[in-house]
Design a protein around this ligand. Sequence first.
Ligand code: ADP
Length: 164
Amino acid sequence: MRTAIYPGSFDPLTNGHLDVIERAIKLFDRVIVAVARNESKQPLFTLEERLKLVRKSIRQLPHVEADSFDCLLVDYVERRSAQAIIRGLRAVSDFEFEFQLALMNRKLNENIETIFMMPKDTYTFLSSRMIKEIAQLGGNVGSFVPAHVRTALCDKFKTKSAPI
Ligand code: ADP
């Protein structure tokens, strides 16, 4: 059983994240989307809210599950008997941070590989941060996130739901 962990803040999950998950499950028997608590990043959604949004988004995807973690990533990967960490690479701007993270994780546990996946080109500009900014200003994020994530964003910012 080959298992990959896809860790992130998922604050909130976007269609870019979903694209990466759909690609990863073609390579592994099981993909666990692991929502990091990451309080230091002051997330908009609580851990429980982020996990719920992820769970609803992956409901139709076989062999994909969601979980949360609050420890060192490599320890979590080992605890779940996984072999790899999936990360998404959008542009050169992601590269330096992701490169450092992957090498540090390898130093911490050399048995775990990091695999980078590129999303569909239309998602390369998409980030949770940008989605939050657009939603806060009342913009329509309907084509960037699943419908229930859009509703959750509207509720958070108390903006009126615009038609998709
Ligand atoms: P983190 O706080 O760990 O960066 P994110 O939820 O922002 O968590 O992202 C999790 C992973 O998904 C990261 O590897 C990030 O580069 C990747 N990612 C985020 N948005 C996209 C996207 N639109 N396309 C592909 N990968 C993405």
